[in-house]
Design a protein around this ligand. Structure first.
Ligand code: BEZ
Ligand code: FE
Length: 281
């Protein structure tokens, strides 16, 4: 028996309509979503104009989405939703490399490169040597791990944001560790950059007095048979945006040392990835 819709019974009126044979997880998620959405609406006493604005916002976001541009991921990122889902789904023992947000610029199938290769193809920026080890929780090297790395270029754009300007696969590459678990490659010292802010998400940030910048970072997706994958970045410790990352991706343990070496334009950053076994709790 279903209730008529009233302000007081709004949640029940909606949730009672659901067929009890519906997928149990879908029922649970939707019942909770309706409960919290209605509670939020009541708490702020949402006006008709505000609802219309929200619908316009989402419509504009949808129209902007293409293979290369994902405005809804950006929205989830700036609301802290991406990082919260990431945290809930990637709880790890202390000492294991922490996850952070994947972001919209990862591309599957980056070229497999040899250790020591340079992933920077546009010859811009200051060169940086990235190296370290992929190890298990006891510090033993993991052989055959795949270290997939990507970063922006010196102008603060990923190759897929500038397909007519940057070479394909600029600042991207995959490296397979040998017996000692080490990886080593050259890229650029990444630079801080604004997330795409010419759409509704950018306007929202501006209205909230928030800047759109991410602190400089190198992205990593590290996978190895028998281990949980790690989606992470290493951040440069001297970046002014570390404490105000637009997408809340910074964690203390991911701030990697970066130091100047042989010559004015060569940097060095060392970081080890510690992976948890896939069977571990
Ligand atoms: C990134 O780091 O590539 C990124 C993450 C979230 C939103 C935009 C960009
Ligand atoms: Fe990034």
């Amino acid at each position: 028996m279903s209730s008529y819709f009233t302000e007081e019974q709004s949640v029940d009126a909606v949730n009672e309509r659901v067929d009890p044979n519906t997928n149990p997880r879908l029922q649970l998620v939707m019942a909770s979503l309706v409960k919290h959405l209605h509670a939020f609406t009541k708490e702020v006493e949402l006006t008709q104009d505000e609802l219309d604005q929200a619908i316009k916002f989402l419509t504009t976001a949808g129209h902007l989405c293409t293979e290369e541009r994902q405005e809804f991921i950006l929205l989830s990122d700036v609301l802290g939703l991406s990082m919260l889902v990431d945290a809930i789904n990637n709880r790890r023992p202390s000492g294991a490399t922490e996850n952070t947000v994947l972001g919209p610029f990862h591309v599957k199938g980056a070229p497999a490169r040899s250790m020591g290769d340079n992933i920077c193809l546009d010859e811009k920026g200051e060169s940086c040597h990235f190296e370290g080890k992929v190890v298990d929780m006891d510090g033993n090297p993991i052989t055959g791990a795949c270290v997939d790395a990507w970063s922006d270029n010196a102008d603060g754009f990923y190759d897929i944001q500038q397909p007519d300007i940057q070479p394909k696969w600029n600042n991207r590459g995959r490296f397979i560790t040998g017996e000692d678990g080490t990886y080593s490659f050259f890229g650029i010292k990444p630079v801080s950059y604004p997330i795409p802010n010419d759409g509704p998400v950018g306007k929202l940030l501006e209205a909230l007095g928030r800047h759109p910048y991410r602190p400089a970072h190198m992205h990593f997706l590290v996978t190895a048979d028998g281990y949980k994958q790690v989606v992470t970045h290493t951040f440069l410790g001297d970046d002014p945006y570390l404490s105000s990352d637009a997408v809340f991706g910074v964690k203390d343990s991911l701030i990697a040392p970066i130091d100047k070496t042989e010559g004015p334009s060569v940097w060095h950053s060392k970081f080890d990835f510690k992976l948890v076994r896939a069977t571990a709790e």
